[in-house]
Design a protein around this ligand. Structure first.
Ligand SMILES: NC(=O)c1ccc[n+]([C@@H]2O[C@H](COP(=O)([O-])OP(=O)(O)OC[C@H]3O[C@@H](n4cnc5c(N)ncnc54)[C@H](OP(=O)(O)O)[C@@H]3O)[C@@H](O)[C@H]2O)c1
Length: 216
């Protein structure tokens, strides 16, 4: 079982990820800018560890970052000196309100590449979870979509694919970190789909992958 911090774990996506990972038996800590907020969420999730973002990032196997695009730089700056050899999983989608149904990728190419620029080449970095709706994840129901994971280090990427499986979903490697732009862009399409087709949590499912792991 892995030691996992969820930075920004008080929010919609972070809480849902933390809940599923803790249920799977991993040791999960909730991080926040406010230890008080972290404590409240950790208690709500059944007594998880908690603390300030920089503190929970220490001595972990995975540090999952779940904050809005506007907070990505500040949050990664807070944790970068503390993550050590952990795999940092960036979930940021570079949405720029109010036009969240339009793809607006940043100058770096994607939020993942912006994270790489900020964290430098030595931090083990993976991105993922861009296309799964938090409120769907935050249930015990079967989540009927694939979760794409990107990264330049195969072992780190596969580690996150495996965590996704522990959460009861099919995780798929989408290749290099540079490919994260495709999934990040797709989120705006999914938000558009939700509105246009009155859906509540549209997701993606790849077909033809007969040798991919089944959803559990
Ligand atoms: N929600 C979804 O369905 C979903 C799905 C896929 C991907 N994503 C992506 O996942 C990330 C998190 O989404 P979310 O919906 O969970 O976000 P959220 O609930 O709005 O925020 C998550 C946490 O980030 C921290 N935060 C908020 N504003 C901040 C700021 N200005 N500076 C520093 N920290 C701040 C807060 O934690 P503290 O106040 O406790 O520090 C907050 O609880 C986003 O990049 C989003 O695009 C979301």
């Amino acid at each position: 079982m892995a030691r996992i911090a969820v930075v920004g774990g008080t929010g919609h996506l972070g809480k849902a990820i933390a809940r599923r990972l803790a249920k799977a038996g991993h040791t999960v800590a909730i991080g926040s800018r406010s230890a008080e907020n972290a404590a409240a969420t950790a208690t709500e999730l059944g007594g998880l560890d908690f603390g300030a973002n920089a503190d929970v990032a220490k001595d972990k196997d995975f540090v999952i970052v779940t904050v809005p695009w506007s907070a990505q730089t500040a949050t990664l700056t807070q944790i970068r000196d503390h993550v050590g050899n952990a795999v940092v999983v960036d979930t940021t989608v570079p949405l720029v309100p109010p036009k969240v149904m339009r793809v607006q990728l940043p100058e770096a190419g994607s939020a993942a590449m912006a994270a790489r620029e900020l964290l430098g080449p030595d931090v083990r970095l993976v991105s993922g979870f861009h296309n799964v709706a938090a409120h769907v994840l935050d249930t015990d129901a079967l989540v009927d979509c694939d979760v794409l994971v990107f990264g330049d280090e195969v072992e780190a990427r596969n580690g996150v694919v495996s965590l996704v499986a522990d959460m009861g979903m099919r995780g798929l490697s989408g290749g290099a970190l540079a490919n994260s732009a495709a999934a990040e862009a797709l989120t705006s399409v999914l938000i558009y789909m939700n509105k246009t087709y009155a859906a509540d949590g549209a997701g993606i499912r790849f077909t033809g992958l007969t040798k991919a792991p089944p959803i559990s």
